[in-house]
Ligand binder design. Structure first.
Ligand SMILES: Cc1cc2nc3c(=O)[nH]c(=O)nc-3n(C[C@H](O)[C@H](O)[C@H](O)COP(=O)(O)OP(=O)(O)OC[C@H]3O[C@@H](n4cnc5c(N)ncnc54)[C@H](O)[C@@H]3O)c2cc1C
Length: 423
Protein backbone atom coordinates (compact mmCIF):
# COMPACT_ATOMS: atom_id res chain seq x y z
CA UNK A 1 0.00 0.00 0.00
CA UNK A 2 1.30 3.52 -0.81
CA UNK A 3 2.05 6.00 2.02
CA UNK A 4 -0.96 8.02 0.91
CA UNK A 5 -3.07 4.86 0.93
CA UNK A 6 -1.77 4.02 4.42
CA UNK A 7 -2.67 7.40 5.91
CA UNK A 8 -6.13 7.54 4.32
CA UNK A 9 -6.79 3.95 5.40
CA UNK A 10 -5.83 5.03 8.95
CA UNK A 11 -8.27 7.94 8.77
CA UNK A 12 -10.99 5.55 7.63
CA UNK A 13 -10.15 3.13 10.44
CA UNK A 14 -10.53 5.97 12.99
CA UNK A 15 -13.87 7.00 11.44
CA UNK A 16 -15.01 3.36 11.34
CA UNK A 17 -14.48 3.07 15.11
CA UNK A 18 -17.88 4.61 15.69
CA UNK A 19 -19.49 2.47 12.97
CA UNK A 20 -20.93 -1.05 13.22
CA UNK A 21 -20.15 -1.98 9.61
CA UNK A 22 -19.02 -0.48 6.30
CA UNK A 23 -22.47 -0.80 4.73
CA UNK A 24 -26.05 -1.45 5.89
CA UNK A 25 -28.08 -3.37 3.29
CA UNK A 26 -31.89 -3.17 3.53
CA UNK A 27 -33.29 -6.33 1.91
CA UNK A 28 -31.57 -9.72 1.73
CA UNK A 29 -33.29 -10.88 -1.48
CA UNK A 30 -31.41 -11.97 -4.60
CA UNK A 31 -29.82 -8.56 -5.14
CA UNK A 32 -29.12 -7.63 -1.50
CA UNK A 33 -27.60 -11.01 -0.65
CA UNK A 34 -25.39 -10.93 -3.77
CA UNK A 35 -24.15 -7.46 -2.85
CA UNK A 36 -23.30 -8.56 0.71
CA UNK A 37 -21.37 -11.50 -0.70
CA UNK A 38 -19.53 -9.42 -3.31
CA UNK A 39 -18.49 -6.86 -0.68
CA UNK A 40 -17.45 -9.61 1.75
CA UNK A 41 -15.15 -11.16 -0.87
CA UNK A 42 -13.29 -7.82 -0.72
CA UNK A 43 -13.41 -7.64 3.09
CA UNK A 44 -16.00 -4.86 3.14
CA UNK A 45 -18.36 -5.59 6.04
CA UNK A 46 -22.16 -5.32 5.96
CA UNK A 47 -25.23 -5.68 8.11
CA UNK A 48 -28.11 -7.11 6.06
CA UNK A 49 -31.65 -6.72 7.39
CA UNK A 50 -34.77 -8.30 5.93
CA UNK A 51 -38.41 -8.19 6.96
CA UNK A 52 -38.93 -11.88 6.13
CA UNK A 53 -37.64 -15.14 7.55
CA UNK A 54 -35.23 -15.82 4.67
CA UNK A 55 -35.46 -19.60 5.02
CA UNK A 56 -39.13 -19.41 4.01
CA UNK A 57 -38.07 -17.59 0.81
CA UNK A 58 -36.31 -20.77 -0.33
CA UNK A 59 -39.52 -22.83 -0.31
CA UNK A 60 -41.17 -23.65 -3.68
CA UNK A 61 -44.45 -22.13 -2.49
CA UNK A 62 -42.78 -18.74 -1.86
CA UNK A 63 -41.43 -18.16 -5.37
CA UNK A 64 -42.01 -20.71 -8.13
CA UNK A 65 -40.24 -18.51 -10.69
CA UNK A 66 -37.08 -19.35 -12.56
CA UNK A 67 -34.78 -16.66 -13.92
CA UNK A 68 -32.75 -16.42 -17.09
CA UNK A 69 -29.34 -15.52 -15.69
CA UNK A 70 -27.32 -13.79 -18.42
CA UNK A 71 -23.85 -15.20 -19.04
CA UNK A 72 -22.13 -12.14 -17.49
CA UNK A 73 -24.27 -12.46 -14.35
CA UNK A 74 -23.45 -16.18 -14.29
CA UNK A 75 -19.70 -15.40 -14.39
CA UNK A 76 -20.15 -13.10 -11.39
CA UNK A 77 -22.08 -15.74 -9.42
CA UNK A 78 -19.32 -18.25 -10.18
CA UNK A 79 -16.63 -15.79 -9.06
CA UNK A 80 -18.57 -15.39 -5.80
CA UNK A 81 -18.53 -19.16 -5.23
CA UNK A 82 -21.97 -20.17 -6.52
CA UNK A 83 -20.76 -22.23 -9.48
CA UNK A 84 -21.89 -25.45 -7.76
CA UNK A 85 -25.53 -24.30 -7.76
CA UNK A 86 -25.37 -23.27 -11.44
CA UNK A 87 -23.68 -26.54 -12.43
CA UNK A 88 -25.99 -28.78 -10.39
CA UNK A 89 -29.31 -27.12 -11.23
CA UNK A 90 -28.89 -24.61 -14.07
CA UNK A 91 -29.89 -25.25 -17.68
CA UNK A 92 -27.73 -23.48 -20.31
CA UNK A 93 -29.62 -21.44 -22.93
CA UNK A 94 -27.88 -22.03 -26.26
CA UNK A 95 -30.43 -20.36 -28.56
CA UNK A 96 -33.12 -17.71 -28.25
CA UNK A 97 -35.94 -17.51 -30.82
CA UNK A 98 -38.23 -14.49 -30.99
CA UNK A 99 -41.33 -14.87 -33.16
CA UNK A 100 -44.57 -13.08 -33.91
CA UNK A 101 -46.90 -15.85 -32.77
CA UNK A 102 -45.75 -19.09 -34.35
CA UNK A 103 -44.97 -17.46 -37.70
CA UNK A 104 -41.91 -19.24 -39.16
CA UNK A 105 -40.00 -15.97 -39.68
CA UNK A 106 -38.08 -15.41 -36.50
CA UNK A 107 -35.20 -13.59 -34.94
CA UNK A 108 -32.60 -16.06 -33.84
CA UNK A 109 -29.72 -15.72 -31.38
CA UNK A 110 -27.27 -18.56 -31.19
CA UNK A 111 -24.40 -19.16 -28.74
CA UNK A 112 -22.72 -20.97 -31.65
CA UNK A 113 -19.70 -23.12 -31.00
CA UNK A 114 -18.65 -20.93 -28.05
CA UNK A 115 -18.58 -22.65 -24.70
CA UNK A 116 -20.23 -19.70 -23.03
CA UNK A 117 -24.03 -20.08 -23.31
CA UNK A 118 -26.30 -17.03 -23.74
CA UNK A 119 -27.52 -17.56 -20.20
CA UNK A 120 -28.60 -20.14 -17.66
CA UNK A 121 -32.12 -20.90 -16.42
CA UNK A 122 -32.25 -21.47 -12.67
CA UNK A 123 -35.07 -21.64 -10.12
CA UNK A 124 -35.03 -18.47 -7.99
CA UNK A 125 -35.43 -20.50 -4.82
CA UNK A 126 -32.27 -22.51 -5.57
CA UNK A 127 -30.29 -19.33 -6.15
CA UNK A 128 -31.60 -18.11 -2.78
CA UNK A 129 -30.46 -21.39 -1.15
CA UNK A 130 -26.93 -20.89 -2.53
CA UNK A 131 -26.77 -17.21 -1.64
CA UNK A 132 -28.05 -17.71 1.90
CA UNK A 133 -25.58 -20.51 2.54
CA UNK A 134 -22.69 -18.42 1.22
CA UNK A 135 -23.73 -15.28 3.12
CA UNK A 136 -24.10 -17.22 6.38
CA UNK A 137 -20.56 -18.53 5.92
CA UNK A 138 -19.12 -14.99 5.66
CA UNK A 139 -17.74 -13.46 8.86
CA UNK A 140 -17.97 -10.06 7.12
CA UNK A 141 -21.79 -10.27 6.90
CA UNK A 142 -24.22 -9.94 9.82
CA UNK A 143 -27.63 -11.16 8.69
CA UNK A 144 -30.65 -10.05 10.72
CA UNK A 145 -34.00 -11.51 9.60
CA UNK A 146 -36.85 -11.28 10.22
CA UNK A 147 -36.61 -7.78 11.68
CA UNK A 148 -38.65 -4.61 11.30
CA UNK A 149 -36.98 -1.38 10.31
CA UNK A 150 -38.30 1.42 12.54
CA UNK A 151 -36.40 4.19 10.76
CA UNK A 152 -33.20 5.27 9.05
CA UNK A 153 -31.58 8.61 9.86
CA UNK A 154 -28.98 9.91 7.46
CA UNK A 155 -26.75 12.96 7.85
CA UNK A 156 -23.31 14.19 6.81
CA UNK A 157 -21.60 11.93 9.35
CA UNK A 158 -23.37 8.58 9.23
CA UNK A 159 -26.49 6.58 8.46
CA UNK A 160 -28.25 5.19 11.53
CA UNK A 161 -30.62 2.24 11.29
CA UNK A 162 -33.17 1.81 14.06
CA UNK A 163 -34.92 -1.54 14.40
CA UNK A 164 -38.30 -2.01 16.03
CA UNK A 165 -36.67 -4.25 18.67
CA UNK A 166 -34.62 -1.26 19.86
CA UNK A 167 -31.28 -2.16 18.27
CA UNK A 168 -29.40 0.65 16.53
CA UNK A 169 -26.63 0.31 13.92
CA UNK A 170 -24.43 2.92 12.27
CA UNK A 171 -22.59 2.78 8.95
CA UNK A 172 -21.27 5.27 6.40
CA UNK A 173 -23.76 4.00 3.78
CA UNK A 174 -27.20 2.38 3.42
CA UNK A 175 -27.93 0.42 0.25
CA UNK A 176 -31.64 -0.10 -0.44
CA UNK A 177 -32.28 -3.55 -1.95
CA UNK A 178 -35.84 -3.77 -0.65
CA UNK A 179 -37.56 -4.40 -3.96
CA UNK A 180 -40.08 -2.59 -6.10
CA UNK A 181 -42.11 -1.14 -3.22
CA UNK A 182 -38.93 0.03 -1.46
CA UNK A 183 -39.92 1.72 1.79
CA UNK A 184 -36.37 3.08 2.01
CA UNK A 185 -36.76 4.81 -1.36
CA UNK A 186 -40.15 6.21 -0.38
CA UNK A 187 -38.92 7.48 3.00
CA UNK A 188 -36.08 9.27 1.17
CA UNK A 189 -38.67 10.97 -1.06
CA UNK A 190 -37.06 9.74 -4.29
CA UNK A 191 -39.68 9.98 -7.06
CA UNK A 192 -40.20 7.20 -9.60
CA UNK A 193 -41.61 7.07 -13.11
CA UNK A 194 -44.20 4.31 -12.90
CA UNK A 195 -47.00 2.64 -14.81
CA UNK A 196 -48.88 -0.64 -14.62
CA UNK A 197 -49.34 -2.90 -17.62
CA UNK A 198 -52.90 -4.03 -18.32
CA UNK A 199 -51.83 -7.66 -17.96
CA UNK A 200 -50.12 -10.02 -15.52
CA UNK A 201 -47.71 -12.94 -15.80
CA UNK A 202 -49.01 -16.42 -15.15
CA UNK A 203 -46.09 -18.69 -14.38
CA UNK A 204 -45.87 -22.45 -14.13
CA UNK A 205 -43.57 -25.36 -14.96
CA UNK A 206 -44.31 -28.14 -17.48
CA UNK A 207 -42.79 -31.37 -18.71
CA UNK A 208 -43.18 -32.35 -22.37
CA UNK A 209 -42.33 -35.14 -24.75
CA UNK A 210 -40.32 -33.20 -27.39
CA UNK A 211 -36.89 -32.07 -26.00
CA UNK A 212 -36.28 -28.30 -25.84
CA UNK A 213 -32.68 -28.54 -27.10
CA UNK A 214 -31.76 -25.65 -24.77
CA UNK A 215 -33.75 -23.20 -26.89
CA UNK A 216 -35.63 -20.33 -25.21
CA UNK A 217 -38.66 -19.15 -27.20
CA UNK A 218 -40.44 -15.84 -26.93
CA UNK A 219 -43.73 -16.04 -28.85
CA UNK A 220 -45.43 -12.68 -29.17
CA UNK A 221 -49.22 -12.49 -29.37
CA UNK A 222 -51.27 -9.27 -29.24
CA UNK A 223 -52.86 -10.57 -25.99
CA UNK A 224 -49.33 -10.83 -24.56
CA UNK A 225 -46.13 -12.85 -25.03
CA UNK A 226 -45.59 -16.48 -24.07
CA UNK A 227 -42.06 -17.37 -22.94
CA UNK A 228 -40.89 -20.99 -23.00
CA UNK A 229 -37.69 -21.23 -20.98
CA UNK A 230 -35.64 -24.45 -21.02
CA UNK A 231 -34.99 -26.06 -17.63
CA UNK A 232 -32.89 -29.02 -16.58
CA UNK A 233 -34.69 -32.34 -17.20
CA UNK A 234 -36.60 -33.90 -14.30
CA UNK A 235 -34.82 -36.59 -12.26
CA UNK A 236 -36.61 -39.25 -14.32
CA UNK A 237 -35.38 -37.67 -17.57
CA UNK A 238 -38.43 -35.77 -18.80
CA UNK A 239 -37.75 -32.45 -20.62
CA UNK A 240 -38.88 -29.52 -18.49
CA UNK A 241 -39.76 -25.93 -19.41
CA UNK A 242 -40.63 -22.85 -17.33
CA UNK A 243 -43.64 -20.95 -18.66
CA UNK A 244 -44.22 -17.20 -18.38
CA UNK A 245 -47.56 -16.50 -20.04
CA UNK A 246 -48.64 -12.88 -20.15
CA UNK A 247 -52.41 -12.68 -19.91
CA UNK A 248 -54.44 -9.49 -20.21
CA UNK A 249 -56.54 -8.32 -17.27
CA UNK A 250 -59.86 -9.34 -18.87
CA UNK A 251 -58.82 -12.96 -19.24
CA UNK A 252 -56.72 -13.37 -16.09
CA UNK A 253 -59.55 -14.59 -13.85
CA UNK A 254 -60.40 -17.35 -16.33
CA UNK A 255 -56.71 -18.26 -16.81
CA UNK A 256 -56.17 -18.44 -13.05
CA UNK A 257 -59.00 -20.97 -12.77
CA UNK A 258 -57.69 -23.33 -15.48
CA UNK A 259 -57.00 -26.84 -14.23
CA UNK A 260 -53.65 -28.48 -15.12
CA UNK A 261 -55.05 -30.20 -18.24
CA UNK A 262 -56.77 -27.09 -19.56
CA UNK A 263 -53.65 -25.02 -18.90
CA UNK A 264 -51.53 -27.59 -20.75
CA UNK A 265 -53.96 -27.41 -23.70
CA UNK A 266 -53.77 -23.58 -23.78
CA UNK A 267 -49.97 -23.68 -23.82
CA UNK A 268 -49.93 -26.41 -26.48
CA UNK A 269 -52.27 -24.36 -28.70
CA UNK A 270 -50.08 -21.27 -28.42
CA UNK A 271 -46.89 -23.12 -29.37
CA UNK A 272 -48.55 -25.07 -32.17
CA UNK A 273 -47.90 -28.44 -30.53
CA UNK A 274 -44.11 -28.11 -30.96
CA UNK A 275 -43.52 -29.36 -27.39
CA UNK A 276 -45.42 -32.61 -27.90
CA UNK A 277 -47.54 -33.77 -24.98
CA UNK A 278 -47.46 -31.29 -22.12
CA UNK A 279 -48.02 -31.92 -18.42
CA UNK A 280 -48.27 -29.08 -15.91
CA UNK A 281 -46.16 -30.01 -12.85
CA UNK A 282 -46.36 -26.89 -10.68
CA UNK A 283 -49.25 -24.76 -9.44
CA UNK A 284 -49.72 -21.58 -11.47
CA UNK A 285 -48.87 -18.27 -9.79
CA UNK A 286 -49.80 -14.80 -10.99
CA UNK A 287 -47.45 -11.80 -10.85
CA UNK A 288 -48.69 -8.27 -11.52
CA UNK A 289 -46.53 -6.45 -14.08
CA UNK A 290 -45.41 -2.86 -14.07
CA UNK A 291 -42.61 -0.47 -14.89
CA UNK A 292 -40.81 1.85 -12.53
CA UNK A 293 -37.55 3.73 -12.61
CA UNK A 294 -36.22 5.97 -9.83
CA UNK A 295 -35.48 9.57 -10.81
CA UNK A 296 -32.14 9.19 -9.02
CA UNK A 297 -30.29 6.31 -7.39
CA UNK A 298 -28.66 8.27 -4.57
CA UNK A 299 -29.45 10.51 -1.64
CA UNK A 300 -27.50 11.45 1.48
CA UNK A 301 -25.59 8.23 2.39
CA UNK A 302 -28.11 6.19 0.42
CA UNK A 303 -27.82 4.10 -2.77
CA UNK A 304 -30.71 2.30 -4.51
CA UNK A 305 -30.04 -0.87 -6.51
CA UNK A 306 -32.05 -3.76 -7.98
CA UNK A 307 -35.82 -3.50 -8.03
CA UNK A 308 -35.64 -0.70 -5.45
CA UNK A 309 -34.21 1.39 -8.32
CA UNK A 310 -35.95 -0.09 -11.39
CA UNK A 311 -38.51 -2.72 -12.37
CA UNK A 312 -39.44 -3.86 -15.85
CA UNK A 313 -41.66 -6.29 -17.74
CA UNK A 314 -40.10 -9.79 -17.58
CA UNK A 315 -40.49 -10.14 -21.38
CA UNK A 316 -36.71 -10.21 -21.94
CA UNK A 317 -35.64 -11.73 -18.61
CA UNK A 318 -33.56 -8.70 -17.69
CA UNK A 319 -34.85 -7.40 -14.31
CA UNK A 320 -32.66 -9.48 -12.04
CA UNK A 321 -29.75 -9.18 -14.44
CA UNK A 322 -29.91 -5.39 -14.25
CA UNK A 323 -29.89 -5.71 -10.45
CA UNK A 324 -26.87 -8.02 -10.58
CA UNK A 325 -25.08 -5.56 -12.86
CA UNK A 326 -25.83 -2.84 -10.26
CA UNK A 327 -24.25 -5.13 -7.64
CA UNK A 328 -21.09 -5.62 -9.73
CA UNK A 329 -20.63 -1.88 -10.33
CA UNK A 330 -21.45 -0.93 -6.72
CA UNK A 331 -19.10 -3.59 -5.32
CA UNK A 332 -16.24 -2.39 -7.52
CA UNK A 333 -16.68 1.30 -6.68
CA UNK A 334 -17.19 0.69 -2.95
CA UNK A 335 -14.27 -1.73 -2.72
CA UNK A 336 -11.94 0.71 -4.46
CA UNK A 337 -13.18 3.48 -2.17
CA UNK A 338 -12.58 1.31 0.91
CA UNK A 339 -9.07 0.45 -0.28
CA UNK A 340 -8.35 4.13 -0.81
CA UNK A 341 -9.61 4.98 2.67
CA UNK A 342 -12.51 7.04 1.30
CA UNK A 343 -15.88 7.60 2.95
CA UNK A 344 -18.16 4.97 1.31
CA UNK A 345 -21.22 7.18 1.69
CA UNK A 346 -19.70 10.34 0.22
CA UNK A 347 -21.54 11.97 -2.71
CA UNK A 348 -18.51 11.47 -4.99
CA UNK A 349 -18.39 7.72 -4.40
CA UNK A 350 -22.16 7.29 -4.84
CA UNK A 351 -22.11 9.42 -8.01
CA UNK A 352 -19.64 6.98 -9.57
CA UNK A 353 -22.04 4.04 -9.06
CA UNK A 354 -24.98 6.04 -10.34
CA UNK A 355 -23.13 7.25 -13.45
CA UNK A 356 -21.93 3.72 -14.22
CA UNK A 357 -25.43 2.20 -14.05
CA UNK A 358 -27.78 4.93 -15.29
CA UNK A 359 -27.29 4.49 -19.03
CA UNK A 360 -27.54 0.68 -19.14
CA UNK A 361 -30.59 0.64 -16.88
CA UNK A 362 -32.35 3.39 -18.86
CA UNK A 363 -31.64 1.62 -22.14
CA UNK A 364 -32.95 -1.75 -20.95
CA UNK A 365 -36.03 -0.10 -19.38
CA UNK A 366 -36.82 1.74 -22.64
CA UNK A 367 -36.19 -1.21 -24.99
CA UNK A 368 -38.21 -3.63 -22.83
CA UNK A 369 -41.13 -1.25 -22.51
CA UNK A 370 -41.03 -0.45 -26.25
CA UNK A 371 -40.93 -4.14 -27.26
CA UNK A 372 -43.86 -4.89 -25.03
CA UNK A 373 -45.94 -2.08 -26.56
CA UNK A 374 -44.90 -2.88 -30.14
CA UNK A 375 -45.95 -6.50 -29.91
CA UNK A 376 -49.19 -5.67 -28.11
CA UNK A 377 -50.72 -3.88 -31.11
CA UNK A 378 -53.37 -6.18 -32.65
CA UNK A 379 -54.17 -6.53 -36.36
CA UNK A 380 -52.60 -7.89 -39.51
CA UNK A 381 -50.77 -4.68 -40.56
CA UNK A 382 -48.87 -4.26 -37.26
CA UNK A 383 -48.15 -7.98 -37.40
CA UNK A 384 -46.63 -7.62 -40.88
CA UNK A 385 -44.55 -4.65 -39.67
CA UNK A 386 -43.28 -6.72 -36.75
CA UNK A 387 -42.31 -9.66 -38.94
CA UNK A 388 -40.54 -7.33 -41.36
CA UNK A 389 -38.76 -5.76 -38.37
CA UNK A 390 -37.66 -9.13 -37.00
CA UNK A 391 -36.42 -10.18 -40.44
CA UNK A 392 -34.55 -6.87 -40.82
CA UNK A 393 -32.78 -7.26 -37.44
CA UNK A 394 -31.95 -10.85 -38.39
CA UNK A 395 -30.17 -9.53 -41.51
CA UNK A 396 -28.29 -6.71 -39.73
CA UNK A 397 -25.30 -8.25 -37.93
CA UNK A 398 -24.35 -5.13 -35.87
CA UNK A 399 -27.92 -4.71 -34.58
CA UNK A 400 -28.22 -8.42 -33.93
CA UNK A 401 -24.92 -8.37 -32.08
CA UNK A 402 -26.21 -5.48 -29.94
CA UNK A 403 -29.29 -7.50 -28.87
CA UNK A 404 -27.18 -10.59 -28.33
CA UNK A 405 -24.69 -8.73 -26.12
CA UNK A 406 -27.62 -7.28 -24.20
CA UNK A 407 -29.00 -10.80 -23.64
CA UNK A 408 -25.57 -11.88 -22.42
CA UNK A 409 -25.35 -8.79 -20.19
CA UNK A 410 -22.20 -7.62 -21.92
CA UNK A 411 -22.74 -4.03 -22.96
CA UNK A 412 -20.78 -0.97 -21.88
CA UNK A 413 -17.82 -0.95 -19.51
CA UNK A 414 -18.01 -4.24 -17.58
CA UNK A 415 -17.11 -4.32 -13.88
CA UNK A 416 -14.49 -6.99 -13.06
CA UNK A 417 -17.06 -9.27 -11.38
CA UNK A 418 -19.08 -9.54 -14.61
CA UNK A 419 -15.89 -10.75 -16.32
CA UNK A 420 -15.64 -13.39 -13.61
CA UNK A 421 -12.75 -11.65 -11.83
CA UNK A 422 -12.39 -10.96 -8.13
CA UNK A 423 -9.99 -8.01 -7.94
C1 LIG B 1 -42.88 -13.25 -13.56
C2 LIG B 1 -41.49 -12.68 -13.47
C3 LIG B 1 -40.44 -13.31 -14.13
C4 LIG B 1 -39.15 -12.79 -14.07
N1 LIG B 1 -38.13 -13.41 -14.77
C5 LIG B 1 -36.89 -12.86 -14.76
C6 LIG B 1 -35.82 -13.45 -15.52
O1 LIG B 1 -35.98 -14.47 -16.20
N2 LIG B 1 -34.59 -12.84 -15.50
C7 LIG B 1 -34.37 -11.70 -14.80
O2 LIG B 1 -33.25 -11.15 -14.85
N3 LIG B 1 -35.36 -11.13 -14.06
C8 LIG B 1 -36.60 -11.67 -14.01
N4 LIG B 1 -37.60 -11.09 -13.26
C9 LIG B 1 -37.28 -9.93 -12.41
C10 LIG B 1 -36.64 -10.36 -11.08
O3 LIG B 1 -37.39 -11.38 -10.48
C11 LIG B 1 -36.49 -9.17 -10.12
O4 LIG B 1 -35.88 -8.10 -10.82
C12 LIG B 1 -35.62 -9.55 -8.91
O5 LIG B 1 -36.19 -10.59 -8.17
C13 LIG B 1 -35.44 -8.34 -7.98
O6 LIG B 1 -34.65 -8.71 -6.88
P1 LIG B 1 -34.44 -7.71 -5.65
O7 LIG B 1 -33.56 -8.45 -4.69
O8 LIG B 1 -34.03 -6.36 -6.14
O9 LIG B 1 -35.89 -7.50 -5.04
P2 LIG B 1 -36.82 -8.56 -4.28
O10 LIG B 1 -36.66 -9.90 -4.86
O11 LIG B 1 -38.16 -7.94 -4.26
O12 LIG B 1 -36.22 -8.61 -2.79
C14 LIG B 1 -36.44 -7.57 -1.87
C15 LIG B 1 -36.08 -8.05 -0.48
O13 LIG B 1 -36.25 -6.95 0.41
C16 LIG B 1 -37.00 -7.36 1.53
N5 LIG B 1 -37.73 -6.19 2.04
C17 LIG B 1 -38.76 -5.53 1.44
N6 LIG B 1 -39.15 -4.51 2.21
C18 LIG B 1 -38.36 -4.52 3.31
C19 LIG B 1 -38.29 -3.69 4.46
N7 LIG B 1 -39.11 -2.64 4.66
N8 LIG B 1 -37.36 -3.98 5.41
C20 LIG B 1 -36.51 -5.03 5.25
N9 LIG B 1 -36.54 -5.84 4.17
C21 LIG B 1 -37.44 -5.58 3.20
C22 LIG B 1 -37.92 -8.45 1.02
O14 LIG B 1 -38.33 -9.30 2.09
C23 LIG B 1 -37.02 -9.17 0.02
O15 LIG B 1 -36.27 -10.20 0.62
C24 LIG B 1 -38.90 -11.60 -13.32
C25 LIG B 1 -39.94 -10.97 -12.63
C26 LIG B 1 -41.24 -11.49 -12.71
C27 LIG B 1 -42.36 -10.78 -11.98
Amino acid sequence: MSRLGESSACARAVAMNSMDSDVIIIGGGLVGATLALALARHEVTSIVVDAQDLDTTTLPAFDGRASAIASASGRMLRALGLGDILDAHGCPIREIRVTDGTHPQFLHFDAGAENDPLGTMLENRLLRVGLLRAVRDCPEVTLLAPVTVAGIDRDDHAATLRLADGRVFRAPLVVACDGRRSATREAAGIPIAQWHYPHAALITMVTHTVPHHNIACELFYPQGPLALLPMRDTDDGRPRTAIVWTVDGKHMDAARKLGPRQLAAEIAARCDGTMGEIEVIAPQAVWPLGYHHAARYTDTRLLLIGDAAHGIHPIAGQGLNMGLRDVAAAAEVLTNAARGGLDLGSPDVLAQVSAWRRFDNSLVCAVTDGLNRLFAVPGSVPSLVRRTGLAAVERMPPLKRFFMNQARGETGKLPALLKGELV
